[in-house]
Write a protein that binds this ligand. Structure first.
Ligand code: FMN
Length: 335
């Protein structure tokens, strides 16, 4: 029904307008009683496993960017996800880049976005989580740097954001890899990165944290980032969107979807060559059950999706998790 009825209507709209319409529908659903029952056809995948000290009922999550302001997760959790990420959230609210800033490439099952961390800021997001309540599955909060904050002050900016949100997330993602924030990707440099991580760990050494890296990260940077993760007992999300111009796209921004599949697999294998223990969430180009199972086979502990929801609809979660009703997954790494 999604592909034949709903998608053609949504794809006639400007992509960001379509997302706003879907978000409105989700928010409306959230006030319905028995919403859990309404979504029960999406499936319930319970085979609890531990990862970074948290319990996950299955290995597939909603990636960051879909619910930037913690307004949708309460309904999205019923689609069958094992975890949900919100954000990227910055310390201060910011409008993001000028529109249009979201583009579909259906022939490649791809999206290019240059949203630029549009979000309502840490304080408002904390209020939203406080009033919506925690979901029944682990909630990850993805934090980033305000666009106008110079790299030299990044550690303080991340720390300010974390301080406000710390009590609301089960785990945190430190986003240093969005291609749409000027110079953000330079934070892969070990000197910047260690300052940020030590500031965050000083505030809370127990909260599970993962660094979200770029899919085109240099191998020398990857080795350093893994070192930091092992030193501070953190994990990695591999990986974020790719600067679209690197893949020959006409629009500037971050490329996601099918074209990322191979890159994300390569990063996963590379990380596992460096470290067998480091916790990994694999992100990029997952559309099918086979895609997910391949990630798990090559050592990802968990995986996450965004673009396949746009192309395949909400039931893609159930489709991808088909073989996970009774299967266990590799997720025993603790930090
Ligand atoms: C429209 C859009 C917005 C995104 N916003 C964020 C974001 O705010 N923070 C982030 O870390 N990743 C963001 N992402 C990246 C996704 O979380 C994910 O890592 C990436 O899209 C690769 O997965 P996919 O191929 O399944 O979409 C965004 C992706 C899209 C398509």
């Amino acid at each position: 029904m999604y592909k034949h009825l709903i998608r053609p209507i949504l794809f006639k709209l400007d992509p960001e307008k379509a997302h706003e319409l879907v978000s409105f529908a989700i928010r409306t659903t959230s006030i319905l009683p028995f919403k859990e029952k309404i979504f029960s056809f999406c499936g319930n995948f319970v085979k609890e496993k531990e990862f970074m000290g948290l319990k996950f009922k299955n290995p597939l999550g909603l990636a960051s960017g879909f619910d930037k302001n913690a307004e949708l997760y309460n309904v999205m959790q019923y689609l069958g996800f094992g975890f949900i990420e919100i954000g990227t959230v910055t310390f201060m609210p910011q409008p993001g880049n000028e529109r249009p800033r979201l583009f579909r490439f259906p022939e490649n099952m791809a999206i290019v976005n240059r949203m630029g961390f549009n979000n309502k800021g840490a304080k408002k997001v904390a209020e939203n989580i406080a009033s919506n309540g925690k979901p029944s599955i682990p909630l990850g909060i993805n934090i980033g740097k305000n666009t106008d904050c110079p790299l030299e002050n990044a550690a303080e900016n991340y720390a300010d954001c974390f301080r406000i949100l710390r009590q609301y997330g089960d785990f945190f993602i430190i986003n240093i890899s969005c291609p749409n924030i000027k110079d953000l990707r330079k934070l892969h440099d070990i000197n910047y990165l260690e300052k940020i991580i030590s500031r965050l760990k000083n505030q809370d050494s127990l909260k599970p944290m993962l660094i979200k890296i770029a899919p085109d990260i240099e191998n020398s940077d990857l080795v350093n980032v893994v070192k930091i993760c092992l030193k501070y007992q953190m994990g990695l999300i591999a990986s974020n969107t790719l600067p679209a111009e690197k893949a020959g796209y006409s629009q500037k921004g971050g490329l996601s979807g099918r074209p990322l599949n191979m890159l994300a697999m390569e990063r996963l294998k590379e990380i596992r060559e460096i470290s067998k223990e480091i916790p990994i969430i694999s992100s990029g180009g997952i559309f099918s059950e086979d895609d997910l199972n391949e990630r798990l086979k090559y050592g990802a502990n968990l995986a996450e999706i965004y673009t396949s929801i746009i192309y395949e609809g909400p039931l893609v979660v159930k489709k991808i998790l088909k073989s996970h009703r009774n299967l266990s997954f590799q997720g025993s790494v603790k930090s």
